[in-house]
Design a protein around this ligand. Structure first.
Ligand SMILES: [Zn+2]
Ligand SMILES: [Zn+2]
Length: 179
């Protein structure tokens, strides 16, 4: 492979806006498996996310890695139990207004430092992140409107220079969580 081919071999063109991006997020359809539907730049990812979370209530757990950031709807088999109870509790403790504007919030952004570390160490494979059992334990979790929840993820992606290898837009359920 010559020098020019090395450049040509890696087109990083967003499948939505066609702009060239330093990286792309791989969007998959379906809840599991599914297939890759788009490779999006951060702008397109965030603007579509802002539209797709409308009408839902979602707990966004700060992404731990670039491997994936996926939505888990409630009511799905295999996604019952502790995580679900705690997410519901979290979403029932939304602040009266968005942390970044005066709109009514429907989502929460939970930083990793708010997760229950001792419970994380005890969890077995297949369990999920340990969302604290008491709203008083989540000090840095903020309530956000649709636009500001999407903006929070944008800030995070840009700060970390993240490009997700797997990203799934919310499908199914009127509430759930992202992790
Ligand atoms: Zn784009
Ligand atoms: Zn807002």
């Amino acid at each position: 492979m010559n020098f020019l081919d090395m450049f040509r071999s890696k087109p990083r063109q967003c499948t939505s806006c066609r702009d060239i991006s330093p990286g792309l997020h791989c969007v998959y359809s379906g809840l599991r498996r599914g297939s890759i539907t788009d490779q999006l730049c951060t702008n397109c990812l965030i603007s579509r996310l802002g539209a797709e979370i409308r009408g839902k209530g979602i707990l966004f757990i700060e992404p731990l890695t670039t491997d994936g950031y996926c939505y888990f709807p409630f009511g799905e088999v295999g996604n019952q139990g502790l995580s679900q109870d705690r997410v519901r509790l979290a979403l029932s403790s939304l602040a009266p207004t968005c942390a970044d504007c005066s709109s009514e919030p429907h989502h929460l952004w939970m930083p990793l430092r708010d997760l229950d570390e001792s419970a994380m160490q005890k969890q077995t494979r297949g369990d999920y992140y340990s969302i604290p059992s008491e709203p008083a334990c989540w000090r840095d979790t903020v309530s956000l409107c649709d636009g500001h929840a999407a903006a929070r993820l944008r800030d995070y992606i840009e700060r970390k220079r993240y490009f997700f290898l797997t990203f799934r837009f919310p499908e199914g359920g009127d509430s759930g969580y992202y992790s």
